[in-house]
Design a protein around this ligand. Structure first.
Ligand SMILES: [Zn+2]
Ligand SMILES: [Zn+2]
Length: 381
């Protein structure tokens, strides 16, 4: 008998048993049909959607056995536990980075159960992820910010004291530019108090911004010089303040021309301190230099890849690409800084419903507040 190395065996096991017959790649969330044939969830979903007639049943791509699709969709078919445990076993024994990385693309996990109780979520609008503490801050429509660990375990509710009116957060962001030592601060838009609140991660109120001029704060972002830039949804401008909250200037005005807003919503800052602003009514993303000069505006209304129907939440990734959550098209899109559409990050099967905001959660990972599904979804790309 020829000698056979463990590595060879592992490679063959992967090729024969851990390769999806549809995409010929490593299984991604494998589902097993009653006939025992196994496929990636995404591949089955695409297979099912491409069927000629809108039949209720799914036909196994290999043996043509007919399988009723559960009402809640393909994703609720049983996982192939055997394949998953075999993949995990081989990954532990033989670390082969390229095959492992393919598992980590797309929707990697999610948490959130609909409700008012502590630890539940009701229409989350804002999400921020702390790199220092690996905690997730979620603002939802129950006038609260709750803190979770990355696995979705509820840790605590954020209590902000000394506010004159009821705390009504709709946006939460995190910045390192408002502390002397680079530690993280929360930037919270409170629509009832018509202010942006700067707090530490414990919720201690450090600064109130926009007290005298903000109509209704939308998203907020902070440039490296500590300037705080806030979308004023009522006035349809971006207001900039210094780190102490002193008003500095306005950006934009009402209208449909290139440098004007009809419904500005969110703002993000690039590495060069350019300001990126979404306008959900003009279906546009504006990029301003910090000086206030409009560098470019991009976006057209539509349903096709790279088009908008109400762009909302924004993030800038480590490469400088712009991620846009589109509420009306229910998707997460990636553009380069020049506005060139690169790709869609989510898959239709991930079922985003009115994604309101997005936050970086690591180098190539984002957290999305999925408002209508009452949950937070994490995508790797
Ligand atoms: Zn596949
Ligand atoms: Zn089959």
């Amino acid at each position: 008998m020829t000698s056979y190395s463990a590595v060879q065996l592992s490679t063959e096991l992967r090729d024969v048993f851990l390769t999806c017959p549809l995409c010929l790649g490593r299984f991604l969330k494998p589902k097993q049909l009653p006939c025992q044939h196994t496929f990636c969830t995404r591949c089955l979903f695409k297979w099912f959607n491409a069927r000629p007639i809108r039949a209720k049943n799914l036909q196994c791509p290999i043996c043509r056995d007919s399988v009723p699709v559960p009402q809640a969709g393909i994703q609720t078919l049983p996982d192939s536990m055997l394949v998953v445990s075999l993949m995990e076993f081989l990954d532990r024994k033989f670390e082969t980075n390229e095959s492992i990385s393919s598992v980590l693309v797309g929707l990697v996990h999610q948490f959130g159960v609909k409700g008012n109780a502590e630890g539940q979520l009701y229409k989350p609008l804002g999400v921020a992820v702390s790199g220092d503490t690996e905690q997730v801050f979620v603002a939802d429509c129950k006038n609260r910010i709750q803190v979770f660990d990355m696995d979705g375990k509820f840790l605590r509710k954020l209590v902000v004291k000394n506010l004159s009116k009821k705390f009504t957060p709709t946006f939460v962001g995190i910045t390192r530019h408002l502390s002397m030592d680079g530690s993280e601060r929360l930037v919270i838009s409170d629509i009832n108090n018509k202010q942006v609140l700067v707090c530490d991660l414990q919720g201690r109120l450090l600064r109130q911004v926009g007290k005298h001029d903000l109509g209704m704060p939308g998203g907020a972002a902070v440039t490296s010089d500590g300037q705080i830039h806030v979308v004023d949804v009522y006035a349809r401008v971006v207001r900039s303040y210094d780190r102490y909250g002193t008003p500095l200037r306005l950006l934009g005005r009402y209208g449909s021309t290139e440098n004007a807003f009809r419904h500005p919503k969110h703002i993000a800052v690039t590495k060069n301190d350019d300001l990126v602003v979404t306008d959900s009514s003009n279906n546009t993303v504006h990029v301003f230099e910090m000086s206030g000069r409009l560098e470019r505006a991009f976006g057209v209304r539509g349903k096709m890849d790279g088009e908008f129907r109400s762009p909302s939440g924004l993030a800038v990734d480590c490469e400088g690409n712009i991620l846009v959550a589109d509420v009306g098209n229910h998707c997460l899109l990636m553009f380069d800084i020049n506005g060139r559409f690169l790709r869609r990050i989510d898959d239709p099967i991930d079922d985003l419903r009115h994604p309101e905001s997005v936050a970086m959660a690591g180098d190539c990972k984002v957290a999305v507040a999925d408002a209508t599904n009452h949950c937070i979804k994490f995508f790797s790309f």
